[in-house]
Design a binder for this molecule. Structure first.
Ligand SMILES: Nc1ncnc2c1ncn2[C@@H]1O[C@H](COP(=O)(O)OP(=O)(O)O)[C@@H](O)[C@H]1O
Ligand SMILES: CC(=O)N[C@@H](CCC(=O)OP(=O)(O)O)C(=O)O
Length: 291
């Protein structure tokens, strides 16, 4: 049913349903990981920007961490390079690092900042190299310039948030010698959520949530705990891009982030449905079981 079909009372009830959630999340930091697969449609990109601005307008402090895997893949194709992944991570030689940096920092970040700032001067784009935000180290020599998050220095984010701005972070980090690394965006989002003391982290992806059986849409896991997910990671049930995502949810939930969510970024305004409705949406991960 579209909004004009609702009675005035029904419309008011929908708005009122948001009230306790607005109160609960007021002044809290919510990290939103915007996956590359969830940003391919321009209408969805606009609905994402609307949701971030609405969250900000009711006093939530969003931090956007974005991916761009498919967009990096597209430019690699155009340049005649073949993407290769191991356990969900892109093997990154020096040329691929340049491509990832150009696409993430130079294109995807700019597009997100621009779409948020249509609503007012709110978003500031930065990469993990800015103001020492992400100290990286080489993850494994076989993967080339793929980084691990060694440490997050959240000072620049704290300053931007204190100014009422919305940081939009690209996931390139640097080591102490200034060497850049390509870091999986799910991993960075989890580490940033822990470092800024976020109340919640939300992953927008291209599937409705975590499935117990990837081939069976009816097997959506609505609620789970960090411990149960660690079991899935250890027994090899998860594949591809879900591995870093689930590992990051476990890390966040075990290090003080109230809840981690995996939701379907292909659904317009899915962020609002997750944050401001009673039933939520997708998969919720907490440290302890919740009713
Ligand atoms: N158990 C699982 N439940 C849901 N998705 C899974 C699972 N295992 C693997 N996947 C895959 O993970 C994909 C989402 O991860 P990824 O492609 O890295 O997205 P993003 O670009 O949002 O980070 C899904 O489209 C799905 O194909
Ligand atoms: C090391 C590594 O794999 N880095 C990722 C960074 C982008 C990313 O994570 O994007 P999504 O969130 O859209 O998948 C990559 O090169 O694709």
């Amino acid at each position: 049913m579209s909004a004009p079909d609702l009675t005035p009372t029904a419309k008011a009830e929908i708005l009122l349903e948001a009230l306790p959630w607005i109160q609960q999340f007021r002044d809290k930091v919510v990290v939103v990981k915007y996956g590359g697969n969830a940003m391919v449609d321009p209408a969805l990109a606009r609905s994402f920007a609307d949701d971030i601005v609405l969250m900000h307008s009711v006093g939530i402090r969003p931090v956007v961490v974005h991916g761009g895997g498919p967009q990096i893949g597209d430019l690699m194709d155009r340049l005649g390079k073949k993407p290769e992944f191991r356990d969900g991570l892109r093997v990154t030689d020096a040329e691929t690092l340049d491509i990832a940096r150009m696409v993430l920092v130079g294109k995807v970040n700019r597009d997100i900042v621009a779409s948020i700032n249509v609503h007012g001067p709110l978003a500031v784009g930065l990469s993990g190299e800015d103001a020492g935000l992400i100290l990286a180290s080489a993850r494994n020599p076989d993967l080339g310039f793929v980084g691990d998050v060694e440490a997050v220095n959240p000072a620049i984010l704290d300053r931007l948030l204190a100014e009422g701005l919305v940081p939009v972070v690209s996931t390139i980090g640097a080591d102490v010698a200034g060497q850049s690394y390509n870091i999986n965006a799910d991993t960075v989002a989890g580490a940033i959520a822990v470092a800024v003391g976020a109340e919640k982290i939300v992953y927008l992806t291209d599937i409705e949530g975590l499935r117990a059986d990837v081939g069976d849409p009816a097997s959506l896991i609505r609620r789970t705990t960090a411990r149960d997910l660690q079991g899935l990671l250890d027994d090899g049930t998860l594949t591809g891009g879900m591995i870093p995502k689930v590992a990051a949810c476990v890390h966040a939930a075990e290090h003080g982030v109230g809840s981690a969510h995996m939701i379907d970024g292909r659904v317009p305004h899915v962020l609002l449905l997750e944050i401001f409705t009673d039933e939520g949406i997708g998969t919720m991960v907490t440290k302890e079981p919740r009713p």
